[in-house]
Design a protein around this ligand. Structure first.
Ligand code: EPU
Length: 419
């Protein structure tokens, strides 16, 4: 198992290229199952989660290869309906094969993904949406069993206790594409990744309108064909590098990212005194955060939960008291105790982290607990005095492509060692 070692305290300077979006790639790869034709997806990041999704496609009978940022998938005529626990349990996003399998085969047996370290992650909205499209759903022996002689379009309300759901919207949208008649998804997730999936489905011959808003209209079609698609860039990776510039007081040109996907973060960074200029396709981030902020995570276009840990790390060295409230996953605060080991002063009060900015963090051995928490610890290590060792970096490898190489290129003293 590897660890990441960082000698902190050096401002980052230079330009950095953002990779393709993990969370756009995963449901798009699942959608390739909806036709027997070949599809090609470009701009795919080389990440553990992508490798897991490719394994799942293969276990379902598709051929899938990944080379130089492109995945070639050919499901062929016969695919399986059974997505096994052994694979699904390693990645929650595997649940997004449920809609495509049901749409194409009329049946799907997909292992229940279970919870995870960031808190309970139910799938009731996925199941409610598919049931509204005329599927029979049951849970048996840890598997979701979905059956439908004929999926039928319907009006589906997808709001949950914490707002809209990204992958429930994706699953219902994919199933509705091959359903008979019209489907309207109300309170759909508006995330750019949902919009990207709709673009891919439309390139396959689907008729999806309104993706990127809270109301998506889908007119069912009988068949889809293979398509070629380039995924959008990763807004969470871009946001993490913006925070890296701000926590080290550096100057980064973040290329290949769409600033309009990070409006909430950019707004908060500006409020905290970081200078940000946006251009078409890149963001210029300069200087340190100097003012505390109040942040609440919300569904897009609100402040993303996937940047909550990183902004908390940034505020831990920003003078004053910041308040970071988590409204998507109220238990997603495991990183706080590890940041505390580096000298951060953060107190949990209900679903909020009260962050008292300190002058300096000091490097320490720390344990990553999930993907975004790992990123927060790396950020803290970049700003800290002395040596930080981040253990369990396999979490980081699930979602950040070549992170230490990218950081090294912009001046960080960072490397990987065997733990
Ligand atoms: N929820 C329900 N019922 C459901 C589904 C979700 O109550 O059936 C709740 C969740 O518990 C949560 C909220 O709704 O409180 C939003 O969850 P959502 O369904 O939107 O999450 P997701 O689709 O499973 C995606 C990302 C996550 C990201 C969330 C929120 C992918 C592959 N994953 O998950 O990304 O945190 O949306 O934006 O797209 C990550 O990349 O680190 C990551 C965890």
């Amino acid at each position: 198992m590897d660890k990441i070692v960082i000698e902190g305290g050096k401002p980052l300077n230079g330009s950095i290229e953002i990779s393709g979006s993990k969370n756009a790639t995963l449901p798009i790869l699942a959608a390739t199952l909806m036709t027997e034709d070949a599809s090609v997806i470009h701009g795919v990041p080389d990440l553990q989660d992508v490798a897991t999704m490719i394994k799942i496609l293969r276990s379902l009978g598709a051929s899938a290869t990944f080379a130089e940022g492109s995945v070639h998938v050919k499901p062929g005529r016969h695919i399986e309906a059974h997505a096994p626990w052994k694979l699904v349990s390693t990645m929650r996003a595997s649940i997004c094969v449920l809609g495509p399998l049901l749409a194409r085969l009329g049946r799907a047996d997909v292992s229940m993904p279970g919870g995870c370290i960031i808190g309970p992650r139910p799938i009731d909205l996925h199941l409610k949406g598919l049931a509204a499209l005329n599927a029979d759903i049951s849970i048996e022996h840890g598997y979701v069993k979905a059956r439908a002689k004929k999926l039928r379009g319907a009006e589906v309300y997808l709001g949950g206790a914490y707002g809209s759901s990204v992958l429930a919207t994706a699953n219902v949208m994919m199933a509705a594409v091959l359903a008979e008649g019209e489907t309207t998804i109300i309170n759909a997730a508006c995330e750019p990744e949902v919009e990207d999936l709709a673009r891919f489905l439309n390139a396959m011959g689907a008729s999806v309108q309104g993706a990127g808003t809270h109301m998506i209209r889908i007119l069912g079609v009988r068949k889809l064909r293979g398509a070629e698609h380039r995924v959008i860039s990763d807004r969470i990776e871009a946001g993490t590098f913006m925070a890296a510039a701000a926590i080290t007081g550096g100057h980064l040109l973040i290329k290949g990212s769409d600033p309009s996907h990070n409006t909430a973060l950019i707004d908060k960074l500006r409020q905290s005194g970081v200078s940000i200029a946006t251009h078409n396709g890149f963001v210029d981030v300069r200087g340190k955060a100097v003012q505390p902020v109040k942040i609440t995570t919300l569904p897009y276009p609100g402040f993303p939960t996937d940047l909550q840990a990183q902004i908390t790390a940034l505020m831990s060295v920003t003078k004053g008291i910041s308040v970071v409230t988590e409204k998507i996953y109220p238990e997603r605060f495991i990183h706080i105790s590890e940041l505390g080991r580096m000298g951060a002063q953060i107190f949990l009060e209900g679903g909020s982290a009260i962050v008292h900015g300190v002058k300096k963090l000091s490097g320490a051995p720390v344990m990553a607990s999930d993907l975004r928490a790992s990123a927060a610890l790396v950020l803290a290590g970049l700003a800290a005095e002395g040596r930080t060792e981040v253990y369990r970096v396999y979490h980081l490898d699930r979602g950040y492509e070549k992170v230490e190489k990218k950081l090294e290129k912009i001046g960080a003293r960072i490397w990987r060692e065997k733990a």
